[in-house]
Design a protein around this ligand. Structure first.
Ligand code: HXC
Length: 298
């Protein structure tokens, strides 16, 4: 990210301690970059220790401050509990970004139950487990905090060919709206960002394998492009920052107007793909999954 394009003053996030799930790569790493630069202490978690170490070293060298990587698979509530214990040993969190996600394009009739679970266990259940574990501690200790979930615009109109992701993220949108009200009285606030396309390696390999598929509709966007990382980082800082403490229960799209223009889905790009193309896509996606899995420490 071009860090000079952050809109906020140095030191804005001093005193904040923020956990970013999936913070070792992709959008999570970009948000971690911004929080650290602005003075927050940042914790990142993910399944690959090597990616976390790499990110923590890179961002730490860039900005100084404190950034800690935790190998943790958020599908496992016990692993989450141990991680949050380790964080809490040094102080409470003031913010959580539910960013970790799994996704791949597939015709829904080609999915197995395991395929559905691989995505929903990370996005839907895992994000809830993190929220619950951290939320209980904050309520018990009477501390204020901010939760931010990274969704997609599919929460509003469904996501053909990414149904487990669309269902799971829509569930997180319901969590955002529900807990904003239920836990607002504890000083806990819940907001979400619904990004359009912000291509990352993890996403492109699974939603647009080989360059085809889902990423190919920049030209359909009203602004003729996809998002730039500093743009989502600025919105995340705004929502997590101290000046937005009365913003609660909101999901904000950042997509150049793509949702209004064409619904933001991959339907048009994928609807005419035949068996052979799907087979080729599936093989590429599974190759990426296997490579990532080999790097995991958990
Ligand atoms: C059909 C597939 C498949 C595919 C995997 N599976 N890929 N089925 N088509 N392309 C099936 C497998 O066959 C298996 O089912 C089951 O899914 C689990 O596969 P694993 O490889 O063992 O899963 P796992 O290692 O747990 O990996 C989880 C993952 C993977 C979700 C499948 O993609 C992942 O780890 N992703 C993390 C990063 C990521 O996805 N980033 C993109 C986020 S983009 P069987 O029945 O064979 O056992 C995003 C929003 C973008 O979220 C918004 C854009 C606007």
């Amino acid at each position: 990210m071009d860090i000079s394009r952050l809109m906020f003053r140095e030191g804005l996030m001093e005193g904040e301690r923020i956990l970013v799930t999936g913070g070792g790569t992709g959008l999570g790493k970009e948000m971690a970059d911004a929080f650290l630069k602005l003075g927050a202490e940042v914790h990142i978690c993910g399944r690959r220790q090597s990616k976390l170490d790499e990110a923590a070293r890179e961002l730490g060298e860039r900005h100084g401050g404190k950034i800690v990587g935790h190998a943790c698979d958020i599908r496992d509530p016990d692993a989450i509990h141990d991680m949050v214990d380790a964080i809490w040993d040094h102080g409470a969190l003031t913010g959580v970004v539910n960013n970790a996600a799994g996704n791949f394009i597939s015709r829904t009739e080609d999915l197995s139950v395991n395929g559905f679970n691989a995505i929903s266990d990370i996005v839907f259940r895992g994000s809830f487990y993190v929220t619950l574990d951290v939320g209980k501690r904050l309520i018990e200790e009477g501390r204020k905090a901010s939760f931010l979930s990274i969704l997609t615009t599919w929460i509003w109109n469904g996501g053909p060919f990414v149904v487990p992701s669309a269902m799971s993220k829509a569930g997180l949108n319901a969590m955002t709206q529900s807990l904003a009200v239920e836990w607002g009285r504890y000083g806990l606030r819940f907001n979400a960002i619904a990004p359009g396309l912000f291509p990352t390696d993890g996403m492109s390999a699974r939603l647009s394998p080989g360059g085809g598929g889902g990423n190919s509709h920049d030209d359909m966007n009203p602004m003729g492009r996809h998002g730039e990382m500093h743009e989502i980082a600025n919105l995340a800082v705004f929502l997590m920052g101290p000046g937005a403490a009365w913003v609660n229960g909101q999901t904000i799209a950042i997509d150049g107007g793509g949702f209004q223009a064409h619904g933001g889905t991959f339907y048009a790009a994928l609807k005419d793909m035949g068996d052979e193309q799907w087979e080729a896509m599936r093989a590429m996606i599974k190759g990426t999954n296997a490579k990532d899995k080999a790097e995991r420490s958990t």
